[in-house]
Design a protein around this ligand. Structure first.
Ligand code: ARG
Length: 468
C-alpha cells in the first residue's frame, strides 16, 4: 500500500508539480514524527463530525477501524513511512485511509484544514515533550541533591572571577545549580500552559462551517479548552517559542554546570573526577581521561539557542494567517528537544557517577586568602567602618605577599601594627569552619542552613513528582 495515493489538492492544476519542488516542499520526512498525534486527532475529529451528523455511525466505525490499522502497521512496518512519498503526515494518513476503506476515507477531512490539524498535532507534541523534559530535569535535581547529601559538610573555595573569594560548602555550590533547574521546571510548565488550548475547529482560518462542539473536542484531546480566535489558532506558534526558550535556558544552565565540571576535572582543580561511565580516552595519550560528557553537553547548547533564534526569525515577517513558512517550525523544536533532553539525562548520570575528591576540596578551601574577609569583619565587630577594615586587611595581605608567607601566619604584634583592634581571639575567627558557620542567614552557606536547604529541595522535588 503506497500512502501517498493522489495529492490532496490536484483539482485546479493542469500539470503535476515539478519533482525537485515536490521534494522541497514535503514535510513528511520530519513531520512523520507527529503520526501518533495525527491519529489521535483524526479519531477525535471523526467522532466530532459523526456527532454533527456529517458521518453515519457505520462510516465513523469504518474510519476508526482503519485508523487502528494504520497505527498497527506503522508500528510493525517501519519502512512503510520511511518509503512513502506522502507530502506530509496529514496526507499520509488520509491516503492510507482511502486505500483501506475507499472514498469514505476522504470524509474525515470534512470541515477542517491541515492548518488547524498541524497546529493541533504540534501542540500535543509540545505538551508531551515538556512532560519528558520536566521528568528528566527532576532526575537531574535528584542526582545533585544526592551528591550534596553525600558531601554535606565538605568545604570548598567559593570563587568570583574564578579567583578564591570565600569558603563555602560544596553542597551549597551544588544547590546553586539545583535552584536554576527548579526554575527551568517552572519555565517548562509555562510552555505547557502556552500549548493548553485546542486549535481544532479553526479550519483554514475562519472557523469550521459545521456544528462542531469545540469544547468537547478539546477536552477529549486533553486540552484545557478551545482556542479563542480561529485566525490566531492557525497563525500562532508562541507555544513553540516558549518551549524553545525554556529549553534554551535549561541548556544554558546545563552548559554552565558542564563548564564547572570540566574545570573540576582538570589536574589543576582536581575537585571531582568524572566516572569511567561518563569519560572517554585519547587515541594517542594513554593517560588521558577526558570529561567528554560535559564538553558535549556544553557544546550542544548552541543547538537549542540557535533553534530559538531560528524560529523567531521565521515568524518575524509573516502576515496573519497560515503561511507555508510555518512548516519550518517543527525541525528546530525537534532538534532542540532531542538534544536538550539527552543532555539532561546524560548530566543526571554524570553527576551520579562523579567521584568527589573531599581531600582536595578541603585542601583548596584551606587557602588563607579565603579568610581575608573574616579579618575585616573581625575589625567591623570592634567598631571600625568596613571600608577602613577592608583597607587594613588589604595592606596586611600585600605585606605578607612581599615577604612570601601566608598572611595568617604573621604574628599578632605584627598584625596589631596595622590595627590595634586585633587581639588573640582573632585566631578563632580565622578558620574555614567559622567562616562558613558565620554565613547563617537564609540562603547562606552555614552547615545548618545547607542541611535545611537540602531537605526543602527534596520536599519540593517530591511535590513536583507527585503533581507530574
Ligand atoms: N505540512 C504543513 C505544515 O507543516 C501542513 C499544513 C499545510 N497547509 C497548507 N495550507 N499547505 O505546516
Amino acid at each position: 500500500m503506497s500512502a501517498s495515493g493522489s495529492k490532496l489538492w490536484g483539482g485546479r492544476f493542469g500539470r503535476p508539480p515539478d519533482e525537485v519542488f515536490y521534494e522541497f516542499q514535503r514535510s513528511f520526512p520530519f513531520d512523520r514524527r507527529l503520526l501518533p498525534y495525527e491519529l489521535k486527532v483524526n479519531r477525535a475529529w471523526t467522532r466530532a463530525i459523526e456527532k454533527a451528523g456529517l458521518l453515519t455511525a457505520a462510516e465513523a466505525a469504518s474510519i476508526l477501524g482503519a485508523l487502528d490499522q494504520i497505527e498497527a502497521r506503522a508500528a510493525s512496518d517501519r519502512d512503510w513511512a520511511q518509503n512513502s512519498d506522502a507530502e506530509d503526515v496529514h496526507h499520509f494518513v488520509e491516503s492510507a485511509l482511502v486505500e483501506l476503506i475507499g472514498p469514505t476515507g476522504w470524509k474525515v477531512h470534512t470541515g477542517r484544514s491541515r492548518n488547524d490539524l498541524v497546529a493541533t498535532d504540534f501542540r500535543l507534541f509540545v505538551r508531551d515533550a515538556v512532560a519528558s523534559t520536566r521528568h528528566a530535569t527532576a532526575q537531574l535535581i535528584a542526582s545533585l541533591l544526592e551528591q550534596a547529601k553525600q558531601h554535606e559538610s565538605v568545604p570548598m573555595p567559593g570563587m568570583t572571577h574564578l579567583q578564591h573569594a570565600q569558603p563555602i560548602l560544596f553542597a551549597h555550590f551544588l544547590l546553586a545549580h539545583v535552584e536554576g533547574f527548579f526554575r527551568d521546571i517552572d519555565r517548562l510548565e509555562t510552555a505547557r500552559r502556552a500549548a493548553a488550548e485546542c486549535p481544532l475547529g479553526a479550519a483554514a482560518l475562519a472557523g469550521t462551517a459545521f456544528p462542531i462542539d469545540r469544547a468537547a473536542l478539546a477536552q477529549e484531546l486533553g486540552f484545557e479548552g478551545p482556542t479563542a480566535n480561529s485566525l490566531d489558532s492557525v497563525s500562532a506558534r508562541d507555544f513553540a517559542l516558549d518551549y524553545l526558550y525554556a529549553l534554551s535556558v535549561l541548556a544554558t544552565h546545563l552548559s554552565r554546570l558542564s563548564e564547572d565540571m570540566v574545570l573540576f576535572a582538570s589536574s589543576e582543580f582536581a575537585f571531582a573526577t568524572p566516572g569511567d561511565e561518563h569519560s572517554t580516552g585519547s587515541s594517542i595519550m594513554p593517560q588521558k581521561k577526558n570529561p567528554d560528557a560535559w564538553e558535549l553537553i556544553r557544546g550542544k547548547t548552541a543547538r537549542a539557542t540557535s533553534a530559538l533564534f531560528g524560529l523567531l526569525a521565521t515568524l518575524k515577517g509573516l502576515p496573519t494567517g497560515y503561511q507555508r513558512d510555518l512548516q519550518e517550525d517543527k525541525e528546530p523544536v525537534f532538534a532542540a528537544h532531542d538534544q536538550t533532553l539527552a543532555g539532561v539525562q546524560v548530566a543526571a548520570g554524570a553527576v551520579a557517577t562523579m567521584q568527589v575528591n573531599e581531600t582536595r576540596l578541603r585542601e583548596a578551601a584551606g587557602d588563607p586568602a579565603l579568610l581575608a574577609t573574616e579579618a575585616a569583619d573581625f575589625l567591623v565587630l570592634r567598631g571600625l567602618p568596613f571600608r577602613r577594615a577592608h583597607e587594613v586587611v588589604g595592606k596586611i595581605v600585600r605585606e605578607a605577599e612581599r615577604s612570601g608567607q601566608p598572611w595568617t601566619s604573621l604574628p599578632l604584634d605584627k598584625l596589631r601594627s596595622f590595627s590595634p583592634l586585633f587581639d588573640e581571639t582573632l585566631s578563632q575567627a580565622l578558620s574555614v569552619d567559622s567562616a562558613v558557620a558565620a554565613r547563617d542567614v537564609e540562603g547562606g552557606t552555614a552547615p545548618a542552613r545547607v542541611r535545611e536547604a537540602i531537605a526543602r529541595c527534596r520536599e519540593r522535588l517530591n511535590r513536583l513528582e507527585a503533581s507530574a
